[in-house]
Ligand binder design. Structure first.
Ligand code: ADP
Length: 207
């Protein structure tokens, strides 16, 4: 793709639908000079045009190969070790664990080792300013609990993981394996964080 074609896509991305005339003005070019590039991008399926509406980004446009390569990797290839605490552990213990393991989120498991909850930094901060005895409060009281936990399966892709974290505004996802369909129980086999996604991008880009 030429530099000018990339510029056209950026303009359409930011301002589409937009007419050919407006794109030409933004690039300080004549409409005629722009025509071949618009034709190429339309034929390639990257952009579409509608009469009297203008050009817009095609929904079928595939992401560039680099992005495709990154986001379609399975979660299993990038997941990190999950850091878990028992539901009976105290807020104090959880804070210590957070520092010892250098993580931002802990996963809480019940006596059978099944996923029961999630605890973030802010959950622990909130609990700490609300009490003088964090060693007496069990994490099970303050955690975000099942069935409200957003999870990801091993075979899902990094794209799906990234989308879930953005949609639910959370920093991490437990990677789970279903233990029992009827009781909706899961074991935690890993974690995916926003850092995982950034790391994958850099690695695949060879940076
Ligand atoms: P922080 O609270 O430190 O900014 P998050 O943004 O990840 O970290 O967490 C925001 C809230 O969402 C917290 O209350 C936390 O318990 C909850 N949370 C974090 N991860 C998940 C998850 N995977 N599923 C459901 N809730 C979560």
């Amino acid at each position: 793709m030429s530099k000018r074609q990339e510029e056209i896509i950026e303009i359409i991305k930011a301002s589409g639908p937009i007419t050919g005339k407006q794109i030409a003005e933004k690039l300080s070019l004549s409409r005629a000079a722009l025509r071949p590039d618009l034709a190429i991008l339309t034929m390639a399926g990257t952009i579409d045009a509608r009469p009297r509406v203008g050009y817009y980004l095609s929904m079928n446009a595939s992401p560039p190969p680099f992005v495709r390569g990154t986001v379609q990797k399975p979660v299993s290839e990038y997941k990190a070790h999950p850091i878990v605490v028992q539901a009976s552990a105290s807020v104090y213990d959880a804070i210590v664990q957070l520092f010892l393991e250098d993580v931002g989120t802990l996963y809480v498991v019940d006596e059978s080792g099944h996923l029961a909850g999630v605890i973030s930094r802010k959950d622990l901060l909130r609990a700490s300013i609300g009490t003088r005895s964090p060693e007496e409060i069990p994490v099970s009281i303050i955690m975000t609990r099942m069935p409200n936990i957003v999870m990801i399966g091993q075979d899902e892709t990094l794209l799906e993981a990234a989308r879930k974290m953005m949609e639910f505004q959370i920093d991490s996802l437990p990677v789970v394996k279903e233990v029992d369909k009827t009781t909706h129980t899961y074991s935690v086999v890993g974690r995916i964080t926003k850092t995982t996604i950034v790391k994958a991008y850099l690695e695949i880009a060879g940076l």
